[in-house]
Design a protein around this ligand. Structure first.
Ligand code: G1P
Length: 299
């Protein structure tokens, strides 16, 4: 049966190797790469918390211990800042500690996103939960996750976030086919396929890294064979749930997101995100933006 509990738990897969950013990610988890001075992962946890999800489970792996340290106290640094009376930096250091109740589980083998989500089974139990992928940042002014939680409360089942992209990009994502509902920004998913070749993509609507999942997804994931790339794919499990009605843990709806998403998973988009955030920071923009204009004017 669908469980109409309110959604209070967030699962954040963070076991990926971050090979695109080597050598920066040789000894530092990619999730700790900063957008100016705050790591990507902190933005993601803040997004979960602002949607009311105070219980956060991070699925980590070997070499990811610095992630745990980031959300823990930093007694030495705090002591030094306290002694100097630097309250502003002290607040900044403590912010990540007080944010949420953090839990960690390790994914021993990197067997895919579906497998990472399955690692959350024991912690999540029989409750609906959200999954947030760290490569995508959603602007805090856009409230996507809140909208997805509302949609789950209305229709049951699971909810994915969708964005329209140019055809040449579809093969990097899960792609859906869908039908309209009575609500403009909500669709019912009829099919989905993980990273299809362009000619097999059912549409230009791709799944971005936000999900609200019915716990039935765990049973399905346990039986989901490796798919694209030899990995257990969350998309494949959701495809099965999309065919079911509420008594079987389905259906799957999509929220059409037209807001601001920042991709931090590749170098070019990461750079765009850093520049954009710097240009919007009241403490940096007055010097940074004129410098940037002049720099570009001279190119
Ligand atoms: C994952 C999912 C894919 C989704 C994407 C969003 O892929 O498997 O369906 O579209 O995240 O970022 P990954 O980027 O981990 O390869």
């Amino acid at each position: 049966m669908a469980d109409f509990d309110s959604v209070t738990r967030a699962v954040i897969p963070a076991a990926g190797l971050g090979t695109r950013f080597l050598p920066a990610t040789k000894a530092t988890p990619k999730e700790l790469l900063p957008i100016v001075d705050k790591p990507v992962i902190q933005y993601v946890v803040e997004e979960a918390v602002s949607a009311g999800l105070f219980d956060v489970l991070m699925v980590t792996g070997r070499t990811k211990r610095p992630l745990e340290d980031h959300f823990d106290r930093a007694i030495e640094v705090e002591g030094a800042l306290e002694a100097k009376g630097d309250d502003q930096r002290l607040t900044a250091v403590r912010e990540s500690t007080d944010l949420a109740t953090m839990h960690y589980v390790r994914q021993g083998d990197a067997l895919g996103l579906g497998h990472a989500v399955l690692c959350a089974k024991r912690h999540v139990g029989d409750h609906p939960f959200a999954v947030l992928l760290g490569d995508d940042m959603i602007d805090e002014r856009d409230h996507l996750l809140e909208r997805m939680i509302e949609v789950r409360a209305r229709y049951g089942g699971s909810v994915v976030a969708l964005m329209e992209v140019p055809t040449e990009q579809v093969s990097m994502y899960g792609v859906v086919s869908m039908e309209a509902t009575a609500e403009d920004d909500v669709v019912r998913i009829t099919d989905m396929v993980e990273k299809p070749p362009i000619e097999e993509a059912p549409s230009n609507w791709i799944i971005i890294g936000r999900y609200v999942l019915d716990p039935t997804v765990f049973e399905v994931l346990e039986k989901t064979p490796p798919g694209r790339g030899g990995e257990i794919q969350l998309t494949d499990a959701l495809r099965e749930l999309a065919d079911r009605d509420m008594s079987g843990g389905g259906p799957v709806h999509g929220v059409l997101f037209k807001g601001r998403r920042y991709d931090t998973g590749n170098k070019l988009d990461y750079l765009r995100t850093v520049v954009r955030f710097a240009a919007e920071r009241p403490d940096l923009a007055p010097e940074f933006v004129p410098w940037l204009r002049e720099f570009l004017g001279n190119r």
